[in-house]
Every structure is written in C-alpha cells, then in structure tokens.
Design a protein around this ligand. Structure first.
Ligand code: ADP
Ligand code: MG
Length: 239
C-alpha cells in the first residue's frame, strides 16, 4: 500500500476512481506477450513512462480511463500496446467486418504518426491498420478498409463519410480511443464524435456477455479546461 503510494509520488502519478490497479515498475511486470516485449526491447526503451506504468494495468484489465500527461510522455503506446494485445485476443476478422480498435485524432498529421507507431509495434503479430483522413482522394482508403483492418486511426469528418457510404462499420469496435480529445473539442468536433460513438455497439446485450470486451477512452490534455471533455467521456462510457 504505502509502497504503491511512494512509487506514485515519486513518479508524480495521481489517480482518481475506484479500485485503481497498481502501477507497474518495469516492462516485465506488465505481463505483455512476447511479440510486444520484442518490440519494446528493439525500441531500446528502459522503463515505462509514468502514464504507461499506471495506464497499462488499467487498460489491460479492460477499464475505461482518462489519461492526462504532458507532451512526449508516451501516451500513444500507453493506449496502443493494450490495443494490440486486445486485437490479438479477438477472433480474426470475417469478410465485411469493420475494425476492432478505433482511434480518433484531430489531425491528419497526428493520425499518420499514430499509424506509424501502430504499424511498428503491431508488425510481429501482423495486425493491419489504416488511416482515414480528409483532404485526399477516398479511393486508396476505401480499398484498405475493404481489405479488412483491425485498427483504424481516423479524423472524425472523413470517418463519418466512410460510415455513411458503408465503406466500413463500427459493429466490432470494442476498444475506443480519443487521442488529444481536448483539442478535438476545441476544434468543434463534439457533434461528430458523438455521432461516431453512437454507432459503437459496445453496450449491446450480445457484447455484454463477452468478457473480452473493453471500452477504453483516453484523453490527452495539457489544458486545465477539461470539464466539458470529462462530461462527454462520461456520457460515452455510460452509454
Ligand atoms: P505523447 O505523450 O505526446 O503522445 P508520444 O506517445 O508521441 O508522446 O511519445 C513520444 C516519444 O516517446 C515517442 O518517440 C515514443 O516512441 C517514445 N516513448 C514511448 N514510450 C517510451 C518509453 N517507455 N521509454 C522511452 N521512450 C518512449
Ligand atoms: Mg500524443
């Protein structure tokens, strides 16, 4: 108990919520499968960052979470590595299936960065991913979606376009991430985010019976004005 508190204090981790899992002290403590550990070793990382140390045990348990940490603190892998583990625990995609993991991001640049990280760390387990963003022709994105991808990283507008034209669906999404959620709200994406999330059927009776489900919501914020965001995320998590 006090050991955990000391560790959190030393790493400047504060937690809110019930029965928050203990943070991990090393990569080995997380219990990641070998295909993830290999990539961590290859990357030359020495220890988990604070948000990873506290976030991984939560995400791997299937807990919803809002994570806040400064720029450059490893938030991408804080949500991506558990997402990769989650995908590998699911039945393989059938023809016509949409993604299992959906990451929403505010900009094309960020979406592309996330995809690169996802491709790198998902490579050894052959997870397929694609990026969906506006301002470019739809053809190549449609073709990627039609091939079937486990992880989709998308900006809200183009994703809605793809959903409305039935190029993908969110019926299999059981792991949802809002990266830079505060920035997405600042950019006025709240209606689009709500629209997208209304199609995620995590709460359906069918899915509730399945223990493999997780709904993971990540916020990444450096700003203090996140009350609106917390409200949005609570709505999402309750719905
Ligand atoms: P942000 O928190 O701003 O989203 P990123 O996820 O982009 O930060 O991470 C910033 C950099 O830190 C990336 O190059 C990433 O590969 C690296 N990184 C992530 N986790 C670790 C770690 N445990 N140790 C060292 N570097 C890491
Ligand atoms: Mg980030």
């Amino acid at each position: 108990e006090t050991e955990v508190e000391e560790y959190r204090q030393r790493r400047e981790i504060t937690v809110e919520g019930r029965d928050v899992p203990k943070p991990v002290k090393s990569f080995r403590d997380v219990g990641f499968p070998d295909y993830v550990m290999q990539e961590i070793i290859k990357a030359g990382f020495v220890e988990p960052t604070a948000i990873q140390a506290q976030g991984w045990p939560m995400a791997l348990k299937g807990r919803d979470l809002i994570g806040i940490a400064e720029t450059g603190s490893g938030k991408t892998l804080a949500y991506l590595l558990p997402a990769i583990v989650h995908v590998n625990a699911q039945p393989i995609l059938a023809p016509g299936d949409g993604p299992i993991v959906l990451v929403l991001a505010p900009t094309r640049e960020l979406a592309v960065q996330i995809q690169q990280e996802s491709a790198k760390f998902g490579a050894s387990s052959r997870i397929k991913n694609t990026c969906i963003y506006g301002g470019v022709p739809k053809g190549p994105q449609v073709r990627d979606l039609q091939k079937g991808v486990e992880i989709v990283i998308a900006t809200p507008g183009r994703l809605i376009d793809m959903l409305e034209s039935h190029h993908t669906n969110l019926r299999r999404v059981t792991y949802l991430v809002l990266d830079e959620a505060d920035r997405m709200l600042d950019m006025g994406f709240e209606p689009q985010i709500r629209k997208i999330i209304s199609q995620v059927t995590i709460g359906s009776a069918d899915l509730k019976a399945n223990h493999a489900i997780r709904q993971h919501v990540d916020i990444v914020s450096e700003s203090q004005k996140y009350n609106k965001l917390v409200k949005l995320l609570e709505d999402i998590m309750d719905g």
